[in-house]
Structure formats: C-alpha cells, structure tokens
Design a binder for this molecule. Structure first.
Ligand code: MG
Length: 157
C-alpha cells in the first residue's frame, strides 16, 4: 500500500534571524521569521508526512501560540510526524521538495540538506529530491519578501 502526502509552507524573510532550511543553517543576510526556528522546508515536509496518513496538520499538532514551541527546532515537528506515520503502519519511501526563493542560491547547500534529511527520515540520499526555483520576480517570493516550499512524500506499508 502506497500513499502520498503534500505540504506547503511560506515564511517571511527578516533581518536578525539565521536562515535555516531543511535543518541546515545557510549563510544569508536574512532568515525566516517564525514562532519556531522558521524552517519552512521542514514544516512543509512535516505537513506532507502527516497528510500521507491523513493525520491532523502541523498547526493542529503544534499550535503557533503555544509557548512550548517558541524557538523550537523544527526537527521536533518532523520527528513527531514520523512517529505518527509509523504508528499508522507506514514508513517513508521518498520525498520531493521545491523551494521557491529569489535568494540565496541553494544548489551549493543541497548535499548537506540531502544528507541531513536522509538521516532524519531514515531513507537513502537517493530518495531525497531537492530543487529550487525563482518566481521570476513575481509575488512575495519574487520580491524576496519570503521563501515558500512545496513538499511531496510517499509512504508505504
Ligand atoms: Mg511554518
């Protein structure tokens, strides 16, 4: 039995925050705002994992107003989602991610992000799809106001 989950997230880029994507700190003048560490990639991935098994979404499991999650490492959300996937009898087969951002260039960071996600998810690096695109100057991502991420996950019994 194979199931698919989709996730999407977007966060605002602000001064004075580290940029963390996929659990990896990236050298950039601005970082993602958020109640947690703002890691939109891990948030989109977490929602895709939860969606694959029709579990409540990340906002329901980890309410943004909850003091417990203030400044939290988003890895904690992903790990909780993985437990839920396992409890429902599935394991992760593969993921595919698109980051929509004008900057920074992410290609140099894919190896580190791929290795990190592969370890977090317990899958081969070859099962971790990572790519980036710009929005050709259009909309909030195009103006560099924020970064958006789409993620798809397949899980199987
Ligand atoms: Mg988020």
């Amino acid at each position: 039995m194979v199931r698919v989950g989709i996730g999407y997230d977007a966060h605002r880029l602000v001064d004075g925050r580290p940029l963390i994507l996929g659990g990896v700190r990236i050298d950039h003048p601005r970082g993602l705002e958020g109640h947690s560490d703002g890691d939109a990639l891990l948030h989109a991935l977490t929602d895709a994992l939860l969606g694959a098994v029709a579990a409540p979404d990340i906002g329901a499991l980890f309410p943004p107003g909850d003091a417990e999650w203030k400044g939290a490492e988003s890895r904690l959300f992903l790990e909780r989602a993985l437990v839920i996937v396992g409890e429902r009898g599935y394991r992760v087969s593969s993921i595919d991610v698109v980051v929509i951002a004008e900057a920074p260039k992410l290609a140099p960071h894919w190896p580190a992000i791929r290795e990190h996600l592969s370890k977090l998810l317990g899958i081969e690096p070859a099962a971790v799809g990572l790519k980036a695109t710009t929005a050709d100057g259009m909309g909030f991502t195009g103006r560099g106001e924020g970064i958006a991420v789409q993620a798809v996950v397949t899980v199987s019994t």
